[in-house]
Design a protein around this ligand. Sequence first.
Ligand code: GRF
Length: 227
Amino acid sequence: MATDKFKIAVLLSGRGSNFEALAKAIETNKLPIEIELVVSDKKDARGLALAKERGFKTALIERKPKERSADEFFKEIGDAVSAAKPDLVVLAGFMRVLNAAFIKRFAGKMINIHPSLLPSFPGLDAQRQAWEAQVRFSGCSVHFVTEEVDAGPIIAQAIVPLFPCDTAEDLQARILIQEHKLLPAVVAALAKKDVWLEEKDGRPLVMFRGKLNDLEKDAGLLSIKPL
Ligand code: GRF
């Protein structure tokens, strides 16, 4: 049956709590968004089990280095994702660096959630990096995916404090609470075409309909009033 819903494909490798938050937000708020496919590269990923439980179409595509090259692996994922004809590809804890061909294939329609205030602390263990640096604030970012890891145009961020008595795990938990609000808010905004990517003066620019920061405000993430 034809649907005019905004279609997404989710890629994950593990716990899947961001995928779960997204699925719940879509269901609870009756958002016109359809999760068409959930791809995992790990067979024991909790996120894969959750997706199956919720009745979503899933694909397990493992790397198996002895059997094929990284390029073949990403081609297979790309083909599975393309077959789902998504409007948006969501990286929700997909723990692999994508190859250039995959990034090009979904350029401008692929987002990632990262547990730091980018461009600070890209890469692995971002929460621990922030904790070790003894920053006063950290948070999470949702950005478009480009070739440089965790460096694509930032769509929205949420901020959390870091207290002197915090462990790295405390910080991680505090950030995760915000991740679960930020990712659904961004996907909803993209589905509504309230946010889009444009080329301006030779560089990609994230454009917002309405006021900048409305997105964070709507998600209850920003208490500072714009001037
Ligand atoms: C999250 O912290 C996300 O920001 C990062 O990987 C983690 C995935 O967690 N990219 P989960 O699988 O969504 O629970």
